[in-house]
Write a protein that binds this ligand. Structure first.
Ligand code: BES
Ligand code: ZN
Length: 456
């Protein structure tokens, strides 16, 4: 049978696949950092070249930001078409001194490959290129048509992707999208994710007096921007962990009783969870479990804060300014624009005299929920079971992948979120890693998916 020869081909070419992944991981394609523009481009070229070597047509599509790699193999006219999305850009690697090996010198230890982007998303994305490669080398054709959209701006909000999908809607037409940029549920427990949270992001700047002032001469008579910022931040939550922005929960889709039951049935050790994070207890919105809080409840988090004197010893000033970066994770059916507007209004209405606020919004995307009972989902479940030797569980996740909502809105398709990573892979953190076993299992699952999707 042809899948068997693909499986054997993958088995005997594992080393080569790992070496190619290492080559990709050596490229510091940090999309947020303009000094790495050329590196980001080089990573796009690498992906294009690997797609071409596999037997697909592939090209770079330049955008106002970083290029999108578009590739396709359309040799199965009567079969369905899957569109694989992934990203070749990575998060900045800092803090550098917390890495055991340099972030762009991929190193294999303890069965894992350590590098920035190992799991998010170079390693996961690459499994689909290698599975297509294996079908085309071992069998000469695929059971389905496959398209690839691999972008370089996911970690900075996918600003140019919607324009691409809208302009190239015909070219991107497909029956289902496939994304591997999430995680398994746990060690040796593969998962398919049917829901993701959305996000809004903003920066709030407070300007007080035109320059820093002596806090003895002026303190008490002039609003202190840092004190005010702290009050504004404190006003985001009540003591029960509920967000106090007026109207914030208006459109929140509540969990169904069935989902709550399904979440509760998943193996979850709260103590182990806390220990793995180095905290002595979990905390959040009252009335919800940790999994519910992470996957299906909205949040408001301050991501960074600046202001005032940071040097050695004391300094008696009323600082001139302060700022904070804030993100909210959204759940279905919250509207990103509406939440952003109500957050800004809530902050503005609390300002004392003497403080001016500027509010800048960044990227945003809505949350998504996919059909748990579609035939594509059934095919994906069988494929993951084949690749990992174990039935996957169905879960939601708390992270955001903006393109999934775009696929629904622009292309009208659901996405299969097939995560090969682990939440312990340190994504966005020092010592990011990806299990080599998961890399190979994911590639096998991907290879099986093409066969499963072709079954009526
Ligand atoms: N791969 C993650 C998203 C993710 C992680 C989903 C874990 C589910 C589980 C992705 O690369 C990411 O980090 N996305 C950003 C999106 C943002 C910049 C718009 C995120 O969620 O912060
Ligand atoms: Zn990612």
């Amino acid at each position: 049978m042809s899948l068997e020869s693909v499986q054997q081909y993958l088995q005997s070419h594992q080393q080569e696949a790992v070496e190619q992944l290492q080559e990709l991981l050596r490229i510091p394609s940090i999309s947020a950092d303009s000094r790495h523009r050329a590196d980001v481009h080089r990573a796009a070229e690498f992906v294009r070249d690997r797609l071409q070597a596999a037997g697909c047509t592939a090209e770079l599509v330049e955008t106002a930001g970083h290029p999108i790699v578009y590739g396709e193999w359309l040799g199965a006219p009567d079969a369905p078409t899957a569109l694989v999305y992934g990203h070749y850009d990575v998060q900045p690697p800092d803090p550098l001194d917390e890495w055991a090996s340099p972030p762009f010198e991929p190193t294999i230890r303890d069965g894992h490959i350590f590098a920035r982007g190992a799991t998010d998303d170079k390693g996961q994305m690459f499994t689909h290129i290698k599975s297509v490669d294996a079908w085309l080398q071992a069998v000469g054709k695929l059971p389905v048509n496959v398209k690839f959209v691999i972008e370089g701006e996911e970690e900075v909000g996918s600003d140019n992707l919607d324009r691409f999908l809208t302009a190239q809607r015909e070219r991107c037409r497909c029956d289902v999208a496939v994304v591997s940029d999430t995680a398994q549920y746990g060690p040796e427990l593969p998962a398919i994710t049917y829901g993701l949270r959305g996000i809004i992001a903003c920066e709030v700047k407070l300007q007080g007096p035109k320059q820093d002032l002596h806090s003895g001469v002026f303190g008490g008579a002039v609003a202190n921007p840092i004190n005010v910022l702290a009050q504004l931040i404190a006003s985001l939550h009540d003591t029960e962990g509920r967000i106090q922005i007026p109207g914030f929960y208006d459109d929140v889709l509540e969990l169904t009783a069935e989902e709550r039951k399904d979440f509760a049935a998943l193996p979850f050790d709260e103590q182990e969870f806390c220990e793995s994070l180095g905290i002595n207890g979990a905390s959040g919105e009252a009335g919800f479990t940790t999994l519910e809080r992470r996957w299906a409840r909205p949040t408001c988090d301050v991501n960074g804060i600046t202001g005032g004197y940071q040097g050695e010893g004391p300094k008696t000033i009323v600082p001139a300014r302060a700022s904070a970066k804030i993100t909210c994770r959204l759940v279905p059916d919250q509207d990103a624009h509406k939440v952003l507007a109500s957050l800004e209004a809530w902050l503005r209405q609390q300002l004392p005299p003497g403080i001016e606020l500027t509010f800048k919004s960044f990227h945003g995307c809505p949350a998504v929920l996919c059909d748990r009972n579609s035939p594509y989902m059934a095919a994906a479940r069988r494929a993951v079971a084949t690749g990992f030797g174990r039935e996957p569980v169905l879960i939601r996740e708390g992270g955001s992948i903006p393109v999934v909502a775009s696929f629904k809105q622009i292309l009208g398709v659901d996405t299969l979120l097939l995560g090969w990573g682990q939440n312990t892979d340190n994504l966005h953190s020092p010592n990011e890693r990806f299990s080599l076993e998961a890399f190979h299992q994911g590639t096998q699952a991907s290879a099986a998916l093409w066969a499963e999707l072709a079954k009526p």
